[in-house]
Ligand binder design. Structure first.
Ligand SMILES: [Zn+2]
Length: 207
């Protein structure tokens, strides 16, 4: 793509670094910004910069938060002894939308994936083990997507925790295999949390 303007080229190149945005889409978006009032572009840039500068990870559940302890962790009505293990904030949002879960979350920040070079130590697994060691956890619910990476991650955590006196369960797989939680409809996802099964049983079903 040949540009007559260096400024335009820079803007397009930056925009095109976003996932799913090719050069042509980037050009369309940048030209769109040019048509809008200047202050709208400033607001847009400010929102992104402030998000990046000020966003925190909750010190308890590692979810994305504006404050040190997220709204869910600081809500005294939530059950601290039940922890739902998820990959990222999209899963938290999907499960919260069902209104069927009143416990806490533990956000791993990804899944174990040798292909992508993600090992257990890059995730927040140790912090989950510490919570269980502290003796205040009664149940862990695995709610990772049922991909190979999800299964590997579940099993890794299960082995780390199996000697502690806690229940471990997995959300019932009414959700289509390989379907990500964020795409499941609320009723199906809500039911799969209520009808969760003991973890050992869930691995027998899938293997
Ligand atoms: Zn939190």
């Amino acid at each position: 793509m040949e540009f007559s303007s260096k400024l335009l080229q820079n803007a397009v190149n930056e925009m095109a670094q976003l996932p799913g945005v090719g050069k042509r889409t980037a050009l369309r978006l940048v030209l769109h910004l040019l048509k809008r009032p200047k202050n709208q572009t400033e607001e847009f840039a400010k929102a992104i910069t402030q998000f990046r500068e000020n966003i925190k990870l909750c010190k308890n559940c590692h979810n994305i938060s504006d404050v040190d302890l997220c709204e869910i962790c600081s809500n005294h009505k939530r059950q601290t002894e039940i922890i739902c293990v998820v990959e990222d904030i999209r899963d938290v949002m999907a499960i919260e939308n069902t209104s069927q879960f009143l416990g806490h979350y533990h956000v791993l920040g990804g899944k174990i994936s040798p292909m992508e070079g993600i090992g257990p130590h890059q995730l927040t697994i140790e912090s989950l083990v510490d919570k269980v060691k502290a003796g205040k956890v009664e149940e862990i619910i695995f709610a990772l997507s049922s991909t190979m990476e999800g299964d590997t991650t579940n099993f890794y955590i299960y082995r780390k925790l199996k000697d502690f006196p806690i229940r471990m369960s997995a959300i019932a797989r009414g959700i289509s295999v390989g379907g990500e939680l964020e795409y499941a409809d609320e009723i199906t996802l809500g039911r799969s949390i209520i009808n969760r099964v003991p973890f050992e049983q869930s691995i027998k079903n899938t293997h």
